[in-house]
Design a protein around this ligand. Structure first.
Ligand code: FES
Length: 272
């Protein structure tokens, strides 16, 4: 597997500190699935910290032919700050699609999708895929949480899809003034879903995973760790499993896991 050099199609700020970047890519992405990721490295000698992993937010396929992948990212440090300055036509290297994505059952039933902050990135792709496969939008409940209203992403896009959307912010500037796990738990206790998909900060995933276990609901989580290679070669992305002496490589065993297979007490089960 090698990095393919391609170019940036667009790179625009969509909310303060949040960017959407479109990267031209080839047919390898035709069958990319939600939850998979790419390693991106921008330009020669652009930044010694790159390459770094990003969830696939969307695969652009006008007329059924793959044209590019889109990532949604937050400017949080030096690497992503410099990345935010890249423009259409700039070179970028891409490796992917990588990892194992969400498993979508034949008949998923009633679904909760729980996103915290930038964790919404792969979940948007997931909901798109669910609806494409014929899931009734009325059976999909999307919960989006963030610190403030500026951290609530994709709200209008989800609304346009016709799914139910609930938002919560820590400071109450949009939606319910609480952690997003609270409305999720209330709704799950009233009428448990058949399946939960989630991605976000570790604290949120921890709450969602424990609630799912208590209510005996199947739950898939997408987690993220620091990754140097993305292909199982560097051993840098190991997280502890729930079974004694069992660990996983997030890049090749995940990044999506059945929540019961992970050790939530472990500090190494970290997410952004
Ligand atoms: Fe290198 Fe997972 S990132 S082994």
């Amino acid at each position: 597997m090698i990095f393919e050099t391609t170019t940036i199609h667009y790179n625009a700020e969509v909310r303060p500190a949040y960017y959407r970047m479109g990267v031209k890519c080839g047919e390898a992405f035709q069958n990319a699935s939600p939850g998979q990721f790419v390693m991106l490295a921008a330009g020669d000698g652009y930044d010694p910290l790159l390459p770094r992993p990003f969830s696939i937010h969307r695969v652009r396929m006008p007329e059924e032919k793959v044209e590019g992948v889109e990532i949604l990212y937050k400017k949080v440090g030096r690497g992503t700050s410099r990345m935010s300055l890249l423009k259409r036509g700039d070179p970028i290297r891409i490796l992917g699609p990588l990892g194992n994505g969400f498993h979508i059952p034949e008949r998923p039933g009633r679904i909760f999708v729980v996103a915290g902050g930038i964790g919404v990135a792969p979940l948007f792709f997931l909901v798109e895929k669910l609806l494409t496969r014929g899931t009734d939008p009325n059976a999909v409940y999307v919960f989006i949480g963030g610190r403030t209203r500026d951290d609530i992403l994709c709200f209008q896009e989800f609304n346009r899809m016709g799914v139910h959307v609930v938002i919560a912010t820590d400071d109450g500037s949009a939606g319910d003034p609480c952690l997003v796990s609270q409305p999720v738990e209330i709704a799950a206790e009233e009428n448990p879903p058949d399946l939960i998909f989630s991605c976000g900060p570790k604290g949120m995933l921890d709450c969602v995973a424990r609630m799912a276990e208590r209510l005996d609901i199947a739950c898939q989580v997408s987690i993220e760790t620091d990754m140097a290679c993305g292909i199982g070669a560097c051993m840098g992305c190991a997280v502890n499993g729930s079974e004694k002496d069992r660990y996983f490589h997030v890049c090749t065993d995940g990044p999506v896991f059945d929540s019961r297979r992970l050790d939530w007490e472990s500090k190494t089960c970290s997410t952004p």
